[in-house]
Design a protein around this ligand. Structure first.
Ligand code: F6R
Length: 265
């Protein structure tokens, strides 16, 4: 695992966007694993702007989102399908038929989850998986005690997650209490993982995720098992990390990061 500390949220977001852009340029038909949430809004804004300026072509990309609420139809303004259409898909040249989210209204949810896994496999797996982290330590909606080998399935959300996301609903009590989510095992199969974490309210949980012992109580700790996982944090989210100086040294000195030094100015 690598941890990159950026001076502020804007630069953490820019670095994430540049790494995604590099992936798409290297492999134009990349399969992207995508996340929703507040942290991703600006990131999708930067990617959309790169596309608008003619710097980034999504036409051959495919995508699989991490999760979707159970019981919300696709066209509900609070569904993750609506979020993705609004923040990214409508602003770039992705073919909507190549964008996938699990369907939270499927008549047979277990079958829907099985088929979602199959569709990912048929696309050759995920090249780059984008992640945020929830206050419960979840990745996707893998709440505490999710098996570290779990696959896409139906999951009950914790009170912490409900408290985190309910304010995004016009009537907070309408937030669904269950979701379909890729499993931790599904996420760990991605060829590369990028987790973006910003803001002081995530400082404690990201320190546990990165430097704490691996435990299903904090699903994000499973990322320590992945051979190519980069965690990008801003200074506020980095507050409780023990190894800050080492992480900064790596970013300044490793050849892989030399093209990104301007972000420290
Ligand atoms: C969303 C998702 C979640 C979020 C996490 C952080 O698809 O999978 O794991 O990434 O809850 O959300 P924000 O960015 O709103 O704090």
């Amino acid at each position: 695992m690598e941890v990159i500390i950026m001076p502020d949220e804007r630069k953490a977001t820019l670095l994430s966007a540049r790494l995604i852009a590099a992936q798409i340029r290297r492999k134009p038909d990349s399969t992207l694993g995508l996340a929703t949430g507040r942290t991703m809004e600006n990131l999708y804004g930067v990617l959309a702007e790169m596309h608008r300026k003619g710097e980034l072509d999504f036409s051959l990309c495919r995508s699989f989102n991490l999760d979707e609420y159970i019981g919300l139809p696709e066209n509900d303004p609070n569904s993750y399908r609506s979020y993705m259409n609004h923040h990214l898909f409508s602003k770039v040249n992705m073919d909507l038929r190549n964008t996938h989210l699990p369907c939270g209204c499927a008549p047979d949810l277990a079958k829907e989850c099985e088929e979602y896994e199959k569709r990912i496999a048929e696309c050759g797996g995920i090249d780059l998986q984008l992640l945020g982290i929830g206050r419960s330590g979840h990745i996707g909606f893998n709440e505490p005690l999710s098996s570290l080998a779990s696959r896409t399935r139906d999951k009950a959300l914790t009170p912490t997650t409900i408290q985190q996301n309910a304010p995004l609903f016009p009537r907070p009590e309408d937030m669904p209490k269950r979701a379909l989510t890729m499993g931790v095992g599904t996420i760990l199969e991605a060829k590369r993982i990028l987790m973006l974490v910003t803001g002081a309210e995530k400082a404690e949980i990201v320190a546990k995720a990165v430097e704490g012992p691996i435990t299903s109580m904090v699903s994000a700790t499973a990322l320590q098992l992945h051979p190519k996982c980069t965690v990008i944090v801003d200074e506020s989210a980095a507050e409780h990390l023990q190894g800050k100086e080492y992480y900064r040294w790596i970013f300044r000195n490793e050849p892989e990061w030399q093209d990104y030094q301007d972000l420290l100015d």
